[in-house]
Structures are given as structure tokens and as C-alpha cells.
Write a protein that binds this ligand. Structure first.
Ligand code: ADP
Ligand code: ZN
Length: 295
């Protein structure tokens, strides 16, 4: 079986690995994200002599994933020091002459869940991560969604919870979804890190309110056949049933499908690939790049 390389490029850490076309991860290493020069040095050292036939990169963003664009392969406007306008694909392509797939971390995770995980066998799915930030990626008709660039589904506008005085922390939009519902928003609103709040704290009802509003919009706009929710905040497993109920209330029976009625518990689900979702997603991007290069 062909060996593929995978890079999960995160703002806090980079994870590199190798795996097979069937999604099996054979090896992984992780190191902190420091400067591009130092970090890419570790990446290139790792892949030297590994004989991978294609490489997939799922990256934090915003990025330019549009092939043919002058800044294709770049991390574009990130506030993370040193990484704005950095040519990530270029930094790798100069040393490894194999097909490279490049996309957002969440588009990668959506592809991984679609190919091997919770959405296997379907035509579409949406993956959303609720962590330090909020981002989502989607597969529709078997293809990852791009357009001008990539979707930014974490920054949508949601109806505010009537009892929420918190102004939101998004530096661009204040109280967009990410500003109100990413992990840091929960910590700032309640004065304690999200992971330290008890399971029955009112924070979770409010969190479910915001996430269910986002999911309602995604269902109405994209009609995905499965929604996979990952990221640190979703470790609070009590959120899933709260979100199921609120999503049904918000949709109010308008979209008629069994997945949104009796099937809601298996419609909005945790990642089947678990904590490997990011790396498996990058492996999925490598597999796709290999297939496209053979067309
Ligand atoms: P990142 O988004 O940086 O890749 P994570 O997905 O782990 O990383 O998200 C980190 C965020 O998730 C932090 O804001 C943290 O407060 C929150 N978080 C981590 N673990 C938990 C937990 N068990 N319960 C609730 N929130 C958590
Ligand atoms: Zn925003």
C-alpha cells in the first residue's frame, strides 16, 4: 500500500505523520509551533527519507487553498506573529517533489470523517471544531467546499442569548459565533476556564444555544447529511443532547427529514476518528492529491 505523509499545522503545535491510503496512521510526531524557519526545519527533517508518495497539509488559517491563485499555499492574514503571508506549501514543495494537498484543518477533518469516519458512505458532511477558535469545513457532492477562498463558518452572526451580557472576543467582529462560543469566550464570560466548569453549570445551556444557532444556519444553507462536532469544548459530552434538542426547536419542523427528527442523535455526532481527526484529515488531503495527480 502507498505511503502518504500528513501535516496537521496548528497555531499551537504541528503534528506530522505517515499513513496508508486506507486512513491508518502508522507514525506521528508533534512539536510546538514557533517560527516558520524552525518549525519547517522539524517538518522537513521528519519527512526526509520517509519515501511518501503524496503529502497532505491541513492548516490553521486563514489560508489560500485555491489552486492557480498567486498566493496559493500561503497562510494569509493570521495575527500569529511571523506566520502571516507565509508560503507553507512552497516551503515543503522545494524539498519534497510529490503531489501536495493543502486545505484548512477543518476541511481536512471534514474529508477524513467523510472518507473513513462518521460520514463514510454519504455524499456530504460538515465538520466543526469548537476550541480556541471555531471553524468548520464541509464536503458537498464529494468535493471540499471552496470559492473565493474557503468558508469561514466560525465567524457567522448568531442570535444572542437573552441573558448574555458578554461582548464577545473576536478581534474582527466582537460577538460573532467564535467571539461568543469558542473556548476563551466561555472562560471570559464565567471567569473560569471552560474545562473547569461543572457539567450542570448554566454555561453549557448558553453554549448549546449558540452552537445550535450555528448548526441551524449550516443545515439551512448546506443541508449536510451529517454534522461532526470536535474540538476541546466538545469534550463536554452533555453538550450533544442539549444541542440536539435546541436544534430541533430552532428548525421547528420546517426541514422535514428523519435525520432531524428521531435520527437527531446520530445526525450531530462526535468525530469517529477521535483525536486522530486532524492527522487523518491531512492524510485524506494527501490521498486526494495523489488521485488528482493520476487523473
Ligand atoms: P485548539 O483549538 O487550539 O486546536 P482545542 O480544540 O483543544 O485546541 O481547544 C482548546 C480550547 O478548548 C480552550 O479554550 C479550552 O478552554 C477548551 N477546552 C479544552 N478542554 C476542555 C474541556 N474538557 N471542557 C471544556 N472546554 C475545554
Ligand atoms: Zn469573528
Amino acid at each position: 500500500m502507498k505511503l502518504l505523509g500528513a501535516i496537521e499545522a496548528g497555531g499551537t503545535k504541528f503534528v506530522c505523520g505517515i499513513g496508508h491510503e486506507d486512513g491508518e496512521v502508522l507514525d506521528r510526531v508533534s512539536f510546538p509551533t514557533t517560527t516558520p524557519a524552525e518549525t519547517m526545519g522539524h517538518v522537513l527533517d521528519y519527512f526526509a527519507g520517509k519515501q511518501v508518495e503524496a503529502l497532505g497539509i491541513g492548516s490553521f488559517g486563514p489560508i489560500d487553498p485555491v489552486i492557480g491563485s498567486p498566493t496559493y499555499g500561503y497562510i494569509t492574514t493570521t495575527p500569529k506573529p511571523h506566520w502571516g503571508s507565509f508560503n507553507l506549501v512552497g516551503a515543503v514543495a522545494g524539498h519534497l517533489s510529490v503531489p501536495i494537498g493543502f486545505d484548512t484543518d477543518v476541511n481536512g477533518a471534514a474529508l477524513g470523517e467523510y472518507t473513513w469516519g462518521a460520514a463514510k458512505g454519504l455524499d456530504s458532511c460538515l465538520y466543526i471544531t469548537v476550541g480556541t477558535g471555531i471553524g468548520a469545513g464541509a464536503v458537498a457532492g464529494g468535493e471540499l467546499i471552496h470559492g473565493l477562498s474557503h468558508p469561514e463558518m466560525g465567524h457567522i452572526v448568531v442570535r444572542r442569548h437573552p441573558e448574555d451580557p458578554y461582548e464577545g472576543f473576536c478581534p474582527y467582529h466582537g460577538d460573532c459565533l467564535e467571539g461568543l462560543a469558542a473556548g476563551p469566550a466561555i472562560g471570559k464570560r464565567w471567569g473560569r476556564p471552560a474545562g473547569e466548569l461543572p457539567e450542570d453549570h448554566p454555561a453549557w445551556e448558553m453554549e448549546a444555544h449558540y452552537l445550535a444557532h450555528a448548526l441551524m444556519n449550516y443545515v439551512l444553507i448546506l443541508s449536510p447529511q451529517k454534522i461532526v462536532m470536535g474540538g476541546g469544548v466538545m469534550k463536554q459530552s452533555q453538550l450533544y443532547p442539549l444541542i440536539h434538542r435546541k436544534l430541533q426547536e430552532l428548525l421547528a419542523g420546517y426541514v422535514q427529514h428523519s435525520a432531524l427528527n428521531a435520527g437527531i442523535g446520530s445526525y450531530v455526532v462526535p468525530p469517529a476518528l477521535g483525536d486522530n481527526a486532524g492527522l487523518a484529515g491531512a492524510l485524506g488531503l494527501a490521498r486526494l492529491a495523489l488521485r488528482k495527480s493520476a487523473d
